[in-house]
Design a protein around this ligand. Structure first.
Ligand code: DAH
Length: 338
């Protein structure tokens, strides 16, 4: 005759087989295997059995428990895969998916990366400063007097609290020298802002790579050599570079840099790409005052600085005819640089 446990197992398996969904199955599970389930009750009963019977019935109890648990798991699996295939019915998994558009770096960003890469090889570290500046970092510390036209509200975007959108990245020269003593060799790449009339070559927001090198015995020859190297790395070894005298309040002497190269499209003409010069002693003095020391002693240290027009460089490098294209977010334009 079958043991009552075997009878319980057979009943349980039958009920598992006839359960119509997961919920019904759970009712069966609780009835047999739950804390007060009829199979579980046998665990308590074991204590009343004598020593001979206990291992035999214990083994049987385990087998019964395992068999019922396995049957419940199997049927649960069946219900779940059934649900899945119902959800997938009517879905053709062999249909091609929605294609993703690939993104690409903006040409100005590409220009920024190329420029930084070349200057890195020349030993320049990266420096940074805020786009919203105070007048002192943008003008006073750069030896630019109050009557200078750049300080006019017609030329510069002022905030109501007297701060302004930096008109050049030369502000970072001051911030770098404030934070570290000489010698120093840094570049900064970022946006600058002017109230310019917008046309094919002017934009209210444009971009610059600023450079500053301060050491003992830095000369105009160093400045020319390094900028020539940079421009030839960027535009090719045939590139001609010309330095023309100019005026900036924060450098003396000051120069403008022009390039020309037959290898470039529209490269027949000289194109202005940068301003540069030897750091004016008054700039060192302003930094000393802000630092409260005399480490930038103009008798001991000299330096050169430059500001490259990044939009201009990118326009030459990628043959882009109009600066406004950079900001119009037109995919037909941007896709050409992917
Ligand atoms: N800040 C100047 C401008 O935006 C460019 C410039 C000229 C930067 C001479 C320099 C420099 O560092 O030495 O027009």
């Amino acid at each position: 005759m079958a043991h009552p446990l075997e009878q319980l197992r057979d009943d349980a398996l039958r009920e598992v087989d006839s359960a119509l969904d997961e919920k019904a199955l759970d009712v069966v599970r609780v009835g047999y295997l739950g804390r007060n389930g009829s199979i579980s009750a046998w665990g308590e009963q074991m204590k009343t059995l004598d020593n001979e019977e206990r291992p035999v019935i214990g083994k049987l109890l385990n087998e019964v428990r395992n068999a019922v648990t396995a049957a419940i798991e199997e049927r649960t699996g069946k219900f779940r895969s059934q649900k899945e295939s119902e959800a997938l019915a009517g879905l053709d998994v062999s249909l091609p998916g929605t294609p993703h558009e690939y993104g690409a770096l903006h040409p100005l960003h590409q220009m920024h990366e190329r420029g930084i890469q070349i200057f890195r090889r020349m030993g320049f570290a990266l420096a940074d400063g805020p786009d919203i500046e105070d007048e002192w970092h943008c003008f006073d510390a750069l030896n630019t007097p109050p009557e200078h036209p750049a300080r006019n509200e017609q030329d510069t975007f002022y905030l109501s609290d007297g701060r302004l959108l930096r008109t050049h990245t030369s502000t970072v020269q001051i911030r770098a020298m404030e934070s570290v003593p000489p010698p120093l060799r840094v570049i900064a790449s970022g946006a600058a802002y002017r109230r310019d009339e917008v046309d094919a070559t002017h934009s209210a927001q444009f971009h610059q790579i600023e450079g500053l090198y301060v050491d003992e015995n830095v000369s105009v020859a160093d400045l020319k050599g390094e900028l020539e190297f940079f421009l030839r790395e960027l535009f090719g070894s045939e590139t001609e570079v010309q330095f023309r005298p100019h005026y900036f309040p924060f450098t003396e002497p000051s120069l403008e840099v022009y390039v020309r190269s037959k290898a470039l499209k529209r490269g027949e003409q000289w194109i202005e790409v940068a301003g540069c010069g030897m750091v004016h002693p008054a700039v060192f003095e302003a930094v000393n005052k802000a630092r409260g020391d005399k480490v930038y002693d103009p008798e001991k240290w000299s330096g050169y600085a430059f500001g490259l027009g990044m939009d201009r460089l990118a326009m030459i490098l990628f043959d882009i005819p109009d600066i406004r294209l950079f900001a119009q977010n037109d995919l037909r334009f941007l896709k050409q640089f992917a």
